[in-house]
Design a protein around this ligand. Sequence first.
Ligand SMILES: Nc1c(C(=O)O)ncn1[C@@H]1O[C@H](COP(=O)(O)O)[C@@H](O)[C@H]1O
Length: 174
Amino acid sequence: MTSPLVGIVMGSDSDWPVMEAAAQALDEFEIPYEVDVVSAHRMPREMVAYGERAHGRGLKAIIAGAGGAAHLPGMLASVTPLPVIGVPVPLRYLDGMDSLMSIVQMPAGVPVATVSVAGARNAGLLAVRMLAAFDTELAEKMVDFQADLNTQATEKGRKLRAKVAGNDSFGFGK
Ligand SMILES: Nc1c(C(=O)O)ncn1[C@@H]1O[C@H](COP(=O)(O)O)[C@@H](O)[C@H]1O
């Protein structure tokens, strides 16, 4: 089995419906990863052990998602030299603002790259970019991926223009 390069961890298995988009992005680029529940609040010793061992085990980045009082990404960043990408998971109350604020305002010296609320796909893609900085083949895949995005966006514009141009009441082109 290939050793994982990225650790995707979350405060609870209830975060998985949001976090699986990170795994999917890594799958698309064929990046090996591992997935686990690691909670700073509920299992602090295991959380520290995970963070302290991550670099030595060969991981290159950690994606950490948590909701509410989301201390997991910052606490992991404090015990590992690896880049940590934080995903604010939205919960039933406060729409993820609590998670976002808990993750994004880190003190100087302990960076966490925070993505948008529920932005797990971008967390996965950011991890791919980090790896691609040292991997020419992967960088080429990322360039192709970006070209696909461009094609898709261009096509959406073409379709929208065609749809709206056919609608006189909208006053297209005025
Ligand atoms: N924010 C944290 C941490 C942590 O930061 O250590 N551990 C669990 N949690 C969060 O608690 C929420 C509710 O968890 P449960 O669904 O298990 O009650 C989850 O979003 C989890 O990330």
